[in-house]
Write a protein that binds this ligand. Structure first.
Ligand SMILES: *Cc1c(COP(=O)(O)O)cnc(C)c1O
Length: 389
């Protein structure tokens, strides 16, 4: 505890909350399996501990964007199904096949490369064909689907690949009622039906991200892919707060006050002097900045709990530090400044910082920098729980 308290800054990761969130999401999508999405170091929470916790809570699949992220999970000893979906020419397809990772294929170039890699590896690749049902990002357009399906079936017949999944991704699942949602579901059903008519027998058909998992049961199919909700952050303020869905924020970001001092009225604060003390006051120096992922766009707006009161960033967020006006309060140096957390102590939320910075909660947690140590809490309880099962 003292060691933790003496850190300049720390991101506490509550693995018990993560496990509970996974269970809540599995209940929401009863009848489907759950993929824990762990890309970008588990949205800044730390991929390996989060992957282990998600597995303990029953996540059948782990998902990453890049192959390297998938390999890192394997190297850490995580077995079972892992899928990754962001590929560029050159692979590494063969490593993925040898690591038993399911790979996404969005077009002919990828299919050809993975078939060649399977031949070189001397064992079949598990591939999942991705349909662009309307997101307009990765995935195969409906008009190109017959060619991709035909070539994938041909590769299945030679034993080079096994098509384990058919999948897609929503554009506007965080805006319930958006007309694109029903349209994408319709296109997905048609593309799945076509592939199955051509002989594809997928283990899993899947489309739902967190917002769809929370609000759109007809999108659950065989598997839901949850990222942000698993970390206890709401996909969007319009959908509600995490607690509305029984979810609890997993990350708490805190720093130790580096200095508390008196200053006179009219004192300019931080670069550019965008804040001036209105009266004689006390200042607290919070030793985290944009290098740590505290958004500079939240200058003059970001909320911080210090000594029982929520204060606001005074002036600019700098690379390594920012200042709060403590209005005459005098906490000790070393006192906790809590930027966000689950709210138990009245601290702000990730969503509050997203609003302050004009962004989304996803970006707030994902950008917390490598210089901030992740401190895992309740890991032992998790291990005990896992062992008990
Ligand atoms: C990131 C991602 C997800 C998870 O999205 P959340 O909204 O965080 O649940 C699911 N599927 C794909 C393809 C993704 O890239």
């Amino acid at each position: 505890m003292n060691e933790t308290a003496s850190l300049r800054a720390r991101a506490e990761i509550d693995l018990a909350a993560l496990r509970a969130n996974v269970r809540v999401l599995r209940e929401r999508a009863a009848g489907a399996q759950l993929m824990a999405v762990l890309k970008s170091d588990a949205y800044g929470h730390g991929a390996v501990p989060c992957a282990r916790a998600a597995r303990e809570a029953g996540a059948a699949w782990l998902g990453t964007a890049t192959p390297q992220e998938a390999f890192a999970l394997r190297a850490a000893g995580l077995d079972g199904r892992i899928m990754c979906w962001l590929w560029t020419p050159g692979g590494p397809w063969r490593e993925a096949i040898e690591a038993d990772v399911d790979v996404s294929v969005s077009g002919m170039w990828a299919l050809r490369e993975v078939v060649a890699a399977a031949a070189a590896a001397g064992r079949p690749a598990r591939i999942q064909l991705k349909a662009d049902t309307g997101l307009g990002r990765n995935g195969c357009q409906p008009v190109d689907w017959p060619e991709l399906v035909a070539e994938a079936r041909a590769a299945e017949r030679t034993g080079r690949v096994r098509v384990t999944g058919l999948w897609s991704h929503f554009a506007c699942a965080d805006e319930p009622g958006h007309p694109s949602i029903a349209a994408q579901l319709g296109v997905f059903r048609d593309m799945v039906a076509y592939a199955e008519k051509e002989g594809v027998e997928p283990e899993v058909r899947h489309m739902a991200n967190s917002p769809a998992t929370l609000t759109l049961p007809e999108s659950h199919f065989d598997l839901v892919r949850t990222g942000i909700a698993m970390y206890g952050v709401s996909p969007s303020p319009e959908l509600g707060e995490p607690a509305d869905f029984g979810l609890r924020p997993v990350m708490t970001l805190a720093a130790s006050l580096a200095l508390v001092k008196d200053v006179p009225a009219g004192h300019g604060i931080s670069y550019g002097h965008h804040y001036t003390t209105p009266a004689g006051t006390t200042l607290g120096l919070v030793p985290v900045g944009y290098a740590d992922g505290v958004p500079r766009h939240a200058s003059g707006r970001g909320p911080v709990l210090v000594d029982g009161k929520v204060r606001t960033v005074a002036g600019r967020v700098a690379m390594d530090q920012f200042v709060v006006d403590l209005g005459g309060d005098r906490p000790e140096p070393g006192a906790d400044a809590v930027l966000f957390g689950p709210g138990d102590r009245g601290e702000p939320s990730v969503e509050d910082w997203a609003v302050a910075a004009g962004t989304i909660g996803y970006e707030i947690v994902t950008r917390i920098g490598a210089r901030v140590p992740r401190v895992y809490v309740d890991e032992a309880a998790g291990a005990a729980e896992g062992a008990a099962r």
